[in-house]
Design a protein around this ligand. Structure first.
Ligand SMILES: [Zn+2]
Length: 192
C-alpha cells in the first residue's frame, strides 16, 4: 500500500466520515471559487485548480490531485489532517468564525493565519520526513509558503513577511532538532 493510501486509512479511522471530493465537479466549490475571485480582485484564481480545502469531514481536491505523486499527496494529507483536528478541537462554528469572519477586512486575518501556520508547520515536518531535511529547507518552498500568508492566495491573511519568516525558521529549527533526536535515540526505546 502506498504512503498516501495508508494515510487515508489512518484519517478514516480518526474521522470516519472523511471523504475526498473532486472540486471541478462540485457546485459548492465552484460557488466558493467565484466568491474568492471577487473578494481578492482576481488574485486568488487557483481555488479549483491548485488548492486543497477541508470543509467538515470532506477534503475537496483540485484538478492537480489526479497527477500528484504519492509523496505529494501524503504531504497534502498531513496538512489537511491538521485542519480536521482543529475543527474537532474548536468545533465547526468557531473554526468557521476564526477562518472566515476575519476575512473582512481582507488583509488582517490573524485567526486564519495561526490556523494555517499550524498546518504549514506539519507540511514542513512531512516534507522533512518524506523528502529529507534539505527539501524542507528549500528556498523555493519557503518563498511559496511565505507568499501564501502575505499574498492574495488566502486574501493577504498576514502581510507581515518578516514575522512569517520567523515562524518558519523556528519551525525548521524545531524539526531539525526532532529529527536529530529521533535518529540519536536507540532502537526499541519506545517498545516498552
Ligand atoms: Zn491549510
Amino acid at each position: 500500500m502506498s504512503i498516501s493510501e495508508r494515510l487515508i486509512q489512518d484519517i478514516v479511522l480518526e474521522f470516519p466520515n472523511f471523504r475526498i471530493v473532486d472540486k471541478c465537479h462540485d457546485g459548492l466549490s465552484r460557488a466558493i471559487d467565484r466568491a474568492l475571485k471577487i473578494v481578492t480582485f482576481g488574485g486568488q484564481d487557483g481555488y479549483l485548480t491548485v488548492y486543497h480545502t477541508v470543509i467538515g469531514d470532506t477534503l475537496y481536491v483540485p484538478a492537480s490531485w489526479s497527477g500528484a505523486s504519492d509523496v505529494e499527496r501524503a504531504i497534502v494529507l498531513r496538512h489537511e489532517r491538521v485542519h480536521l483536528r482543529q475543527r474537532r478541537r474548536y468545533g465547526l462554528g468557531l473554526m468557521a468564525f476564526l477562518y472566515l469572519i476575519p476575512f473582512f477586512p481582507v488583509g488582517l486575518a490573524y485567526g486564519r493565519a495561526r490556523i494555517e501556520w499550524e498546518a504549514y508547520a506539519e507540511t514542513l515536518l512531512a516534507t522533512a520526513e518524506l523528502c529529507g531535511l534539505a527539501a524542507a529547507r528549500s528556498p523555493e518552498l519557503r518563498a511559496r509558503i511565505v507568499r501564501r500568508f502575505t499574498g492574495p492566495d488566502y486574501g493577504w491573511m498576514w502581510p507581515f513577511g518578516r514575522q512569517v519568516m520567523r515562524w518558519y525558521d523556528e519551525a525548521l529549527d524545531r524539526i531539525a532538532n526532532e529529527l536529530e533526536a529521533s535518529r540519536a535515540a536507540p532502537h526499541g526505546e519506545h517498545a516498552a
